[in-house]
Design a protein around this ligand. Sequence first.
Ligand code: UDP
Length: 240
Amino acid sequence: MNRNIVKLQGLNIDTFSFDEAVEYANKISGQVVTINPEMIDNAVKNPKFAELINNADLVIPDGIGVEIGLKILGYKVKRIAGIEFSHKMIEECAKSNQSIALIGAKPEIVKKAKENLINEFPSLYVTYMQDGYFKDDEKILEDLKIRQPRLVLCALGSPKQEEFILKAKTILPQSLFIGVGGSFDVWSGVVKRAPELYQKLGLEWLYRTVIDPKRFKRIFPTLPLFVLKVLREKFIPKGV
Ligand code: UDP
């Protein structure tokens, strides 16, 4: 199975379906980026971050914004929620007796997320757990090297998690790393995902903004501006 990559704002995005992405991820190691319009915005302003994304081993279109952006450019790609993809990869590891590591979020959150995941998948082996408020990357990298987890989930927020993974993947060439944002908060039970209807309609962002109005500043004007930039990418040739 080969990657079929399309470009959005100069960034690689994989066009796999959910099941294909899982099948592909099971066969590879390296960095999985679950990309959203905020990250694209960051990459457009920051060439180093763009390079990181374009060197990633799998880039999943996480969220309705990316799906709309791709649609404007004529690509029919369905969004894959990073949290669902990561959850499925945990299940795959539990089934095949491969170990995982959880790095990120507040200490009580990562602990509770671990407990809940083990309740859900009793054969899951969490070989390493670490909250996301550490100062010394090197110590964590040394610990990971000893533990050799197959799957490392990093919930440090973006771009911190992607930058941490960039360092870690050279030290653990056999592992698969996914930046999972706020997923541990959800798995811990502390944060609820939007009701399914919102998820189906691609309005999870609206629900999260209503619940936590602080997010408004993060989403607006990023989301509408992102759509405008993609329209520009489609209709106005480069350099004009
Ligand atoms: N976080 C962390 N270390 C930090 C900053 C953030 O572990 O230095 C965690 C935070 O506790 C939360 C996650 O990273 O669990 C990021 O959540 P956010 O809602 O920002 O993620 P996103 O919306 O980007 O998916």
